[in-house]
Ligand binder design. Structure first.
Ligand code: PMP
Length: 395
């Protein structure tokens, strides 16, 4: 049987990581993989996470199963973090999942259960795993225009035109904030227009929010997801704690199904727990418990928010520095969008050949679609990147 297994495509980001490791040059810069790195290139454990872990070690008395839906205090804390007071708690079904990926995967599973003939519309481009999971699950999917590589901005006219062709009952996958891979995000006014279109055409929003707190702030980054959840009859939300709590390997996330309460929310909650049972049974607890300990303890929460704010403003400063350097070196405003983008990524709008030159001649490793991880930079390496990019696009 194993010999009949199809070859699996290579993951281009993992391949890039390997090439980086094997590159002997000292000046090399890794802007590939999507993890936050501090100015020393480390992915630290956040202070509040470390403190919560210590308390947990001292106080946890059993590792027995918790609940199919995960710990209720985690689900409450996540609904509060993501949705604020946009909807009453009773309108949000929620379960813990293994990371944001688990939530995304299971969101599609719920679509299959509830509306098997729906097409899932995804932004072009989107996080590679969205499309790969949809394919793997045999869920019909289609791209909608999203990014204008020439301007570095959202192609909103294209987006609305494409979504206007979606059929009633189709699902529209949106990034809550900090779009991966482009870094280009909807304005408040555009979110409102999207909501109008969703409701006019009877489309179901599914929002993937994996970087809350990395863009304009914890509350600001939730603007879109809160608006959609309050205004649309039904919303699916896949939330990840990997980045904003730095608990990547603990696999911590949540899947929410928001509706107007009553029987539908109860049915959704039961279906979410059922899907947990089918896919992995009980969700991981360690990371989720750390998150709920932090979010329900005033001092820990304040410390977490302060550290997250340092992370966010650090990335913003790097964006400003990079945009300014590129403006100076290219004598143009072509790369000004880098300062307007938000989150960990920006898509530079370079060709894959130009990205090859960056890697081969300058030791700078970005993804071939020209996505770079802003957090892979520091104030010393920004000028190196800017000089290399200016050279590559200049001649
Ligand atoms: N959605 C998006 C858009 C992401 O970028 C990521 C992380 N790369 C995830 C979901 C899921 O992350 P995780 O499973 O590590 O929580």
């Amino acid at each position: 049987m194993f010999s009949a297994l199809p070859d699996q495509p290579e993951d281009k980001i993992l391949k890039l990581m390997q090439m980086f490791r094997e590159d002997p040059r000292e000046q090399k810069i890794d802007l590939g993989v999507g993890v936050y790195k501090d100015p020393d290139g480390k992915t630290p454990i956040m202070r509040a996470v470390k403190a919560a872990e210590k308390t947990l070690w001292e106080t946890e008395t059993t590792k027995s199963y918790v609940a199919l839906a995960g710990a209720p205090e985690f689900n409450d804390a996540m609904v509060a973090l993501v949705l604020g007071d946009a909807v009453p708690r009773a309108e949000a079904a929620c379960v813990a999942t293994p990371g944001g990926t688990g939530a995304v995967r299971q969101g599609f599973d719920l679509v299959k259960l509830g509306r098997a003939d729906a097409t899932v519309w995804y932004s072009s481009p989107t996080w590679g795993n969205h499309v790969s999971i949809l394919k793997h699950m045999n869920v019909a999917h289609k791209p909608y225009r999203y990014f204008d590589a020439a301007t570095g901005e959202v192609d909103f006219v294209g987006m609305i035109a494409d979504l206007a062709t979606a059929l009633p009952g189709d699902v529209v996958l949106l990034h809550g904030c900090c779009h991966n891979p482009t870094g280009a995000n909807l304005t408040h006014a555009q979110w409102r227009q999207v909501v109008e279109l969703l409701n006019e055409r009877d489309l179901i929003p599914m929002i993937d929010i994996a970087y809350q707190g990395f863009g304009d702030g914890l509350e600001e980054d939730a603007f879109g997801v809160r608006l959609v959840a309050a205004e649309c009859p039904e919303t699916l939300i896949a939330a990840s704690c990997s980045k904003n709590f730095g608990v990547y390997r603990e696999r911590t996330g949540a899947l929410m199904a928001v509706s107007r309460g009553g029987a539908d929310t109860v049915r959704a909650q039961k279906s979410l727990a059922y899907l947990n049972r089918q896919n992995f049974s009980f969700p991981p607890d360690h990371g989720a418990r750390l998150v709920s300990m932090i979010l329900t303890d005033e001092a820990l929460k304040a410390d977490w928010m302060a550290e997250l704010e340092e992370v966010r403003t650090g990335m913003l400063a790097l964006r400003e520095q990079l945009a300014a350097e590129l403006k100076r070196l290219t004598n143009s405003d072509r790369f000004d969008f880098i300062a307007r983008h938000r989150g960990m990524f920006s898509m530079l709008g370079l060709s894959s050949e130009e990205m090859d030159v960056l890697r081969e001649s300058h030791g700078i490793y970005g993804v071939s679609d020209s996505r770079i991880n802003i957090a892979g930079l520091n104030s010393r390496t920004v000028p190196l990147l800017a000089k290399a990019v200016a050279e590559v696009v200049g001649g």
